[in-house]
Design a protein around this ligand. Structure first.
Ligand SMILES: Nc1nc2c(ncn2[C@@H]2O[C@H](COP(=O)(O)OP(=O)(O)OP(=O)(O)O)[C@@H](O)[C@H]2O)c(=O)[nH]1
Ligand SMILES: [Zn+2]
Length: 377
């Protein structure tokens, strides 16, 4: 593929012929990306003369955007909410910069957002600061295939996936190493009720082609999981080349995670992409909202029959969850997992409240001091 060419500055706007660029079918597939073309982009760019693209890397103050005309370095005004990796955007040429530079024209409404809990564990009300990735379709919850899987970690991953709005998919890696794969799969399925569990091994190649086919032509996946579970190895297997540095290589020469390009959104042959942004892989859980009900559907269903609408299933009369526990229809370990996530979420909310309280107290302290000093004048 030749080096992407961006229209000269003399041309006011990079015009794309309508035939090549109908709003319903983007031609970004020529550079490896499909993706549902958000109709909103057209409304942002009402005059229709910007180029559409997807953010493949976002930094402070600038982002790399893949457009049908190639990669463009895009900046924005301070008043604009910064885009994140995975965002679909409109780009206009920057009259003051080089031809491969552009100005952000608008960001499409995100279909899903992977959000980092802020330092206090709370989801930020200022969403733009905390979103790490956008428009992810599938969250791959990556765990090593084992007869004794880390159930709590698996549950957290599934909750996180649902919380973002994406679809979870449990990927049991290193399945070539497990003796009783049937047990490993069954245990994972028990810990992730309602979620598809796929055994996979980039080493033997098992499951890789199926996953690639599932992502084609236009779905974006993020791989979440502990260090060493094989996320980089799997990404490389999907892409078909070494785009990420695996632990083996890192141990030898201490390289960073990415090899040559520093793109965080890597295109797959056949379409679709893997999104790998720093901080995303081992994201922690903050305050959980809808993710719980989706990840624990059987508890959610039982809860509908509890006498009290706000039943905490901690011994309240008429609790359908505890009744199911008693008659053996609910797995006690599921309730244990549910309780742990609820406790973690409540703690995060409490920390956020405390932080907010302190902040308010500080502000009032300052106002009081200012008032005192005014009086003294
Ligand atoms: N046997 C076997 N080994 C694997 C498989 N996948 C990965 N590995 C090995 O597991 C180790 C860790 O793999 P990585 O891909 O670097 O793990 P990671 O999840 O990206 O780790 P971090 O970058 O630290 O988050 C490497 O030694 C890989 O060769 C697999 O399917 N089978
Ligand atoms: Zn109850």
């Amino acid at each position: 593929m030749s080096e992407p060419v961006i229209p000269e500055r003399a041309i006011p706007r990079p015009a794309i012929p309508p035939a090549e660029h109908p709003s319903s079918t983007p031609d970004l597939s020529t550079v490896g990306y499909g993706g549902p073309w958000p109709a909103l982009l057209d409304s942002i760019d009402a005059d229709g003369d910007g180029v559409h693209g997807r953010v493949v890397r976002a930094d402070r103050g600038a982002a790399t955007v893949l457009t049908a005309a190639g990669h463009v370095r895009v900046t924005w005004t301070p008043a604009t909410a910064p885009p994140v990796t995975g965002d679909w955007v409109v780009v206009h040429p920057d009259p003051h910069a080089g031809p491969d530079h552009g100005l952000l024209g608008g960001v499409a409404t995100r279909t899903t957002s992977m959000t980092r809990p802020n330092t206090h564990g709370q989801r930020s009300s200022n969403e733009a600061d905390q979103v790490l990735a956008a428009n992810v379709d599938i969250v791959g919850v990556v765990v090593v295939a084992s007869e004794e899987p880390n159930v709590r970690r698996l549950e957290r991953g599934v909750v996180m996936a649902y919380e973002s709005g994406a679809q979870p998919l449990v990927l049991l890696t290193k399945v070539d190493l497990v003796e009783r794969r049937d047990i490993a799969i069954a245990k994972a399925e028990q810990a992730a009720i309602g979620v598809e569990v796929t055994p996979i091994s980039p080493v033997t190649g098992e499951g890789v082609e199926e996953l690639r086919a599932r992502l084609a032509p236009d779905r974006t996946i993020v791989l979440l999981g502990a260090s060493g579970v094989g996320k980089s190895t799997l990404t490389n297997a999907l892409v078909g080349e070494e785009v990420l540095v695996t632990q083996d290589v890192r141990a030898v020469d201490g390289k960073g995670r990415h090899t040559t390009t520093h793109r965080e959104l890597v295109a797959l042959p056949g379409g679709g992409a893997v999104l790998d942004t720093p901080g995303l892989r081992t994201l922690g859980l903050g305050v959980v909202e809808d993710g719980m009900a989706a990840a624990f559907p059987e508890i959610e269903e039982l809860a509908g029959s509890c006498r009290f609408g706000d039943c905490r299933h901690d011994g309240e009369p008429g609790c359908a969850v505890l009744a199911a526990l008693d008659d053996g229809t609910l797995d006690p370990d599921r309730l244990e997992g549910w309780r742990r996530i609820r406790a973690a979420s409540e703690n995060a909310a409490l920390r956020a409240d405390t932080a907010a309280y302190r902040q308010t107290a500080r502000s009032w302290g300052r106002i009081y001091r200012d008032a005192q000093s005014l009086k003294r004048r």
